[in-house]
Design a protein around this ligand. Structure first.
Ligand SMILES: Nc1ncnc2c1ncn2[C@@H]1O[C@H](COP(=O)(O)OP(=O)(O)OP(=O)(O)O)[C@@H](O)[C@H]1O
Ligand SMILES: [Mg+2]
Length: 256
């Protein structure tokens, strides 16, 4: 289906917050060149799993491997530049313009202004953000525009692996559909490995070659959407699928 070895692997990774087990020991491969979708109810551990993959939080046990090499405190800074992250709720700095938000890491790395500008405009075209918007502050942008800027920021250093945490959560249905189409085109054009979080099954099916369903800090099932519908690993999978009323089960191949 995709390139040979997984770009990222979790091996028996677990995480507690005090006495609370946010993630039970979890083993998971992220396929190279594919979109993996993490889905599940609020609080099931999607963001925690994402931040463990990014090395932003350290696991209590287990290992995270990026291209077969264990992520360690010594190599995490370099590896982080090879991973882009669109934070849940945008995470743009309010006191910086769109262009300054996008160019933050490039500036930190000492890129020449001309190179940064070229990349800014290239990305602006890619995500279809009007040039004038680059000069604005987050408070002066719509939700959809802010998401596009967040995506530009995550793509600035041309990462090998892109993480998006509910990138379309707070948008109205029309803007959401438009951005879904744009994102799908961008993932395909750039042939990136992507991990995307959502709690919407229709969105998961739209994006994901591989869907990972979580419940209370555990992976309940990993597979294609048709597997979740036709071969549920657990009654919770069926409950979750049936609870998504607007999701078209037949379109997912359940009746094939
Ligand atoms: N820093 C923290 N300290 C204590 N508990 C935390 C912390 N971060 C997350 N949690 C808890 O861990 C659980 C998983 O949180 P997480 O943010 O991963 O959920 P999520 O699946 O991303 O939810 P949502 O869909 O609402 O974003 C939740 O019960 C949350 O309250
Ligand atoms: Mg979350």
């Amino acid at each position: 289906m995709t390139e040979s070895s997984p770009i990222l692997q979790l091996v028996a990774v677990s995480k507690r917050y005090g006495a609370f087990a946010a993630l039970a020991p979890t083993t998971l491969d992220v396929d190279t060149g594919a979109t993996t979708v993490l889905i599940g109810p609020s609080g099931c551990g999607k963001t925690t799993l994402l931040r463990l993959m990014l090395g932003l939080i350290a696991p209590d046990a287990g290992q995270v491997l990026f291209r077969q090499a264990a992520i360690t405190p010594a190599n995490i800074r370099g590896l982080r530049r090879r991973m882009g992250y669109v934070v849940q709720d945008g995470g743009l700095f309010p006191h910086l313009t769109a262009a300054e938000n996008v160019g933050l890491m490039a500036r930190h790395l000492g890129w020449a202004a001309e190179k940064t500008n070229r990349r800014l405009h290239e990305l602006g075209d890619l995500v279809r953000l009007p040039t004038a918007t680059l000069a604005r502050y987050p408070a002066e942008m719509s939700g959809g525009q802010k998401q596009r800027v967040g995506l530009m920021r995550a793509l600035m250093l041309d990462p090998e692996l892109l993480f998006l945490d509910e990138p379309l959560g707070a948008l109205d249905p029309l803007v959401r559909a438009e951005l879904q189409d744009d994102l799908a085109t961008i993932f395909k054009t750039l042939a990136k490995s992507v991990v995307l979080v959502t709690h919407d099954l229709a969105e998961a099916a739209f994006f994901g070659q591989v869907i990972v369903l979580l419940q209370e800090g555990r992976i309940v099932q990993r597979g294609a959407i048709a597997d979740l519908v036709r071969r549920p690993a657990d009654p919770f999978v069926t409950r979750f699928v049936n609870a998504q009323r607007h999701f078209d089960i037949r379109a997912a191949g359940a009746d094939a």
